[in-house]
Design a protein around this ligand. Structure first.
Ligand code: AMP
Length: 218
């Protein structure tokens, strides 16, 4: 089963992916995480992607598609994956469909997590994480026990450089201009379900479970 997770930055895709991975045994493939890994390792792709990511614009389709095709080689036969942050343009969606069609696979479910713009900035700019163990926090909604310190005692928390207000506005604008047309693209295929992401994490998880059950039984 291939699940595509759509939603603006800060919608809570990463949080919900963790639950989907556990419940359905899917591989979590995040294009943002893969790019950050490339940057950390200093690969050619990482260097090429840097300026786009720092400005909150999209990395060119050819680079992303090649990277994600590589990532998808890790999907084991019989098991599926959840694609988080990919595709983000119509061009990427078309390339994904074409690649899956070669193995008689397809995008089975598209979860479209909808969150009002007014909520996104606070959600994103408050995010912090532990650079050692990866634990995620939010300064308001899920603060660490000691200010700016990981609860496991590993390290000071850090903020993603593109989670600052200036870059966030660009990322939200980019989402509306280049990624939201995918909603119509998948509506035409009849495999998309809209999820209200404005509510609590637990309520969103519940709606996703219902949607996944309906879409996978249908
Ligand atoms: P994310 O972690 O999903 O918010 O992605 C962080 C940044 O990586 C984005 O702002 C883009 O610059 C880049 N990026 C991630 N996924 C894609 C994609 N599918 N297409 C183009 N750029 C991407």
């Amino acid at each position: 089963m291939i699940v595509v997770f759509l939603g603006p930055p800060g919608a809570g895709k990463g949080t919900q992916c963790k639950e989907l991975v556990e419940r359905y045994g899917l591989l979590h493939l995040s294009s943002g995480d893969a790019l950050r890994r490339h940057r950390k390792e200093g690969t050619e792709l990482g260097q090429k992607a840097q300026s786009y990511m720092d400005q909150g614009t999209l990395v060119p389709d050819d680079l992303i598609v090649a990277m994600m095709m590589d990532e998808m080689k890790n999907i084991e036969q019989g098991n599926g994956a959840i694609l988080d942050g990919f595709p983000r343009t119509i061009g990427q969606a078309e390339e994904l469909d074409a690649a899956l069609a070669k193995t008689e696979a397809k995008v089975d479910v598209v979860l479209n997590l909808e969150v009002d713009d007014s909520k996104l900035e606070e959600r994103i700019t408050g995010r912090r994480s532990c650079p050692v163990c990866g634990a995620a926090y939010h300064i308001t909604f899920n603060p660490p026990q000691r200010e700016n310190q990981c609860n496991a005692g590993c390290s000071e928390l850090t903020q993603r450089p593109d989670d600052t207000s200036e870059v966030v506005q660009n990322r939200i604008k980019t989402y509306h201009e280049q990624t939201s047309p995918l909603v119509e693209y998948y509506q035409a295929k009849g495999n998309i379900v809209n999820i209200d992401g404005n509510v609590s994490i637990d309520k969103v998880t519940q709606s996703i479970r219902v949607a996944m059950d309906e879409m996978t039984i249908a």
